[in-house]
Write a protein that binds this ligand. Sequence first.
Ligand code: MN
Ligand code: MN
Length: 460
Amino acid sequence: MSNAKELREKLMMKERKGAATFSPEVLKEADDFAVGYKRFLDNSRTEREAVAYTKKLAEEAGFVAFEQDKKYNPGDRVYIINREKAIGLAVIGKNGTDNGVRLAIAHIDSPRIDLKPNPLYQDGGLALLKSHYYGGIKKYQWTTVPLALHGRVIKLDGTAVDIRVGENDDEECFLITDLLPHLDKEDKPVRKAIDAENMNVLIGSYPFDDSDEKDLIALNVMKLLNDRFGITENDFLSAELTFCPAYKTRDIGFDRSLIGGYGHDDKCCAYPSVMAAIDTKIPECTCITYLTDKEETGSDGNTGMQSDFLRYFIYDLAKADGNEGYRVLSKSKCLSADVNAAFDPSYASAYEAKNCSYVNEGVVISKYTGHGGKYDTSDASAEFMGEIRAMLERDNVKWQIGELGKVDVGGGGTIAKYVANMNVDVVDLGVAVLNMHAPMEVISKPDLYMAYKAFYGLFN
Ligand code: MN
Ligand code: MN
């Protein structure tokens, strides 16, 4: 008979040991991998910027624009772009689409402060822009932090103007003001602390001249914008402009084990899945990394995961191989690459310690997301969980299971359910994030690297 220690070793789960289980070599590889990631994050504040940067990385790695009805050979590398806000990278496999495709799908939109369509006004000697927040934010976190303006304006003649102001240290930046504590004594629940209609972005205070014309400060700002970008106030009506935190991605902690940055959710899954496609040479099955938009607001719209764009792309690949699109989908497998909430010891009561994810415990698999009694989710089957689990163990990828907090406390969704609806086997797999959806989120370097290894393992 074994004694209890031996038996425990054999039968029970191992205790969590954090980063102690990573070898020095793996930690070094993780640190090196993080360098490219930090650059990606700083260049991908919005989905448009993420698409442009990913396209550049892909082209440098030999990917070319996909052509419909063209016959591709094993090892061929193509990309396809949806309205400059979503991008797919495919590496053609030895068996093409015959046994389905292998998919890693992440999202490249992040919570932020969008401009309203008619944003400019002045009041109290200040020029301001009215905003409409995008995604799930704790509004108080977004006041009094430096913001940069990103986006595109389409002028009446159809010309596009790209705007990116406030990211460089020597550039101006912007900010949403907040009331000083001395005048803010009223006890309010966190959700009511900041009124959305008060989230106005400060953009100037000098008047155009000393005449008696009205709104001279707003006029002056508009003149500066016109001098620099050639736009008028009416051009705001055909624009997508957004304020993002103007924080550079930085190492966190004396040991530099963590990364702080804006938009880890979900670029910390997007970048590893892009690199996994780039590093894949000739896979068995055609593999596709797809970066989608609009996840933070429910995946609606023609650039979100509920659109048929990716489905049509897979149909095109299938057709080129002489296969039926729906049959290819039915044999496909997907990792829905999205983040989970890392346990935060300062807010321990929100989590259920046995079933939440932890920093440095490797990539997180979320069998299901949703809320309440498993509403609004795709719950991955035991069979598919078993398959992914075996794959990760095969490749020495450290992984953990993660539920998003306590049952009935909150909840969340990912794109997994929309992929599942296409009759594809899918499960969520991604990186554990501290203070998700804050202007600066935190992840660990080895967890990021494990995500890369997981996506690479799926493709190869
Ligand atoms: Mn996400
Ligand atoms: Mn999110």
